[in-house]
Write a protein that binds this ligand. Structure first.
Ligand code: SF4
Length: 390
């Protein structure tokens, strides 16, 4: 073995033993054969999460407005106020969507929208109060750091004061959307007006300090370097260390990775995107790097069901959620599947050799689905009906 090969093999040994890898060692993982890296990542996943279980959530995305003045180059979802198909949902329209979710046993809404300067603080707080009052069993994870930054700048409140106001109105968590690559050089090219990484971390840190649910995200395919990807992961890991140490263990609940979809966006032809191989490699590296994150999601909306199933052997232990409705990734392109049934997610887990479990947004298991009933097609089988409906 050459010295270089020995060093790289040593990195895998070190990772497999559970010792934290530093940035240069993480960069070396990208030069190693993917099956070797995947084997280590899967071994760590089996140690850090219940080995036989794959979880998912029944939830719904609700995009309350598509009007946005940020204008990210990778976004095909947003509209200007003057475009005919721009919208702001009223509270009853949102309630109707939540009733669909309740009908299939859903427990969480992911409420996000564009940065719409026409909306006042009372729209957001009124919306949270409306959902809390009319749908008391539904958890509300709402407003990405980008939307929170807009509110902070617009409504004359400190970040702490704003979050307290939103929590008082019913907020349970902040989606970690907008993470993409948390390196400003990458962000400036992909979306010049997008929230910068320091603000993203500042808002997430405050949310974690206040006990809110948060999730870490990553999108690859902008043309970012391996060093930038690794820096993204190590910054998330540092934030997680701080949150677990200082905020009573309230760090990120999980990590979600996507590949950039550019088909209908201004980045089409200008950003390289990422292949399934790159996605799986990045996921495996993330499992090794994020030694303080128990839960890593497989992205079926970005990758399709088959790659998501393979991802369960590259470090992922969770299939995300059914979603019922997704507008942002689907507008940009992708694999054509932007919602899943309970049956489909159960099928992915079972066929890969795992036991499926339904979780809440905090990754706590709340139900073990009856696999035979969900996968069966017996007439008048309520579990199968639910699976179809979800
Ligand atoms: S990604 Fe979000 S912030 Fe960017 S343009 Fe689209 S809706 Fe606006």
């Amino acid at each position: 073995m050459t010295a270089d090969v020995q060093v790289r093999a040593g990195v895998l040994e070190k990772a497999a033993s559970g010792v934290r890898l530093e940035a240069q060692e993480l960069e070396a993982l990208y030069t190693l054969p993917l099956p070797d890296v995947a084997a280590v990542a899967h071994g760590l996943r089996l140690e850090r999460t219940p080995a036989e279980v794959v979880t998912f959530l029944i939830d719904r995305n609700i995009n309350y407005t598509n009007i946005c003045n940020v204008g990210c180059n990778f976004c095909a979802f947003y509209r200007t106020r003057r475009q005919n198909d721009s919208y702001v949902l009223d509270y009853e329209q949102i309630s109707a969507k939540i009733r669909d979710l309740e009908a299939v046993g859903g427990t969480r809404i992911l409420l996000q929208g564009g940065v719409n300067p026409a909306l006042g603080l009372d729209y957001y707080t009124g919306l949270l109060r409306h959902v809390r009052e009319h749908h008391p069993t539904i958890r509300i994870d709402a407003f990405s750091p980008e939307e929170v930054l807009f509110m902070e700048k617009s409504f004359g409140l400190s970040l702490d004061g704003l979050l307290d106001t939103l929590i008082d109105a019913g907020l349970h968590g902040l989606p970690g959307a907008g993470g993409e690559i948390l390196e400003d050089e990458v962000r400036a090219k992909a979306a010049p007006a997008r929230i910068r990484s320091a603000d993203w971390f500042r808002i997430i840190d405050a949310a974690q300090r206040k006990g809110l649910y948060t999730i870490a995200t990553m999108v690859i395919g902008f043309g970012e370097t391996v060093a930038q990807r690794v820096r993204h992961l190590t910054r998330l890991r540092e934030q997680q260390d701080r949150a677990l140490r200082e905020y009573g263990g309230n760090g990120f609940s999980g990590f979600a990775l996507w590949t950039l979809q550019t088909e209908h966006t201004r980045l089409h032809g200008k950003a390289p995107g990422a292949s399934a191989h790159e996605y799986l490699q990045q996921l495996a590296v993330a499992r090794i790097a994020l030694d303080n994150f128990p839960n890593l999601q497989a992205s079926w909306p970005g990758q399709g069901f088959k790659v998501a199933q393979a991802a369960l052997y590259y470090g992922a232990n969770d299939l995300g959620s059914t979603m019922l409705e997704e507008n942002v990734v689907s507008a940009a392109g992708g694999h054509g599947r932007h919602k899943a049934t309970v049956r489909e997610l159960v099928r992915i887990a079972v066929d890969a050799g795992f036991t499926p479990a339904i979780r809440n947004s905090r990754f706590q298991i709340i139900e073990w689905p009856d696999v035979d009933a969900v996968l069966g097609r017996a007439e008048n089988n309520p579990e199968a009906e639910r699976a179809v409906g979800a």
